[in-house]
Write a protein that binds this ligand. Sequence first.
Ligand SMILES: [Zn+2]
Ligand SMILES: [Zn+2]
Length: 136
Amino acid sequence: MNQPTTKAPLQVLICELCQQSYEMPSSQRSYQGLCPSHWSKDTLREWDRLDSARRHLQPGRPNTLTLLEWLGIVTAYRGMCALCEMNRMDALAIWIPASGLQAGNVAPLCRVCHYHKEHSFLSAMDRVSAQLESYH
Ligand SMILES: [Zn+2]
Ligand SMILES: [Zn+2]
């Protein structure tokens, strides 16, 4: 006896890039947010990055950055880190925390520059200066 085929329920989603609705089986989580014609590995990675930044944003802070704007910013820096301009970008950095997620307040940074931005280049300079002092 044949088992009745259980089709995964379709969900209607809106593509973040073209704003067109599209249908996807609800099991395919990784497709959420991008229609089949806008889906690509690179775009999906940036969508995940933006999605995670939105979820970690402190409540009450501006939250207007669109995927299209973020992709434009990444492209403007040719996928490189905005600070060192040597390494590939690896993080969406919010420049001034209080200004939140908006086009004029985010930059792509590499992992190392992101660390230094969060922990301050000056503290690293102070730490090395203190070590050098010990030689005098
Ligand atoms: Zn689309
Ligand atoms: Zn960098």
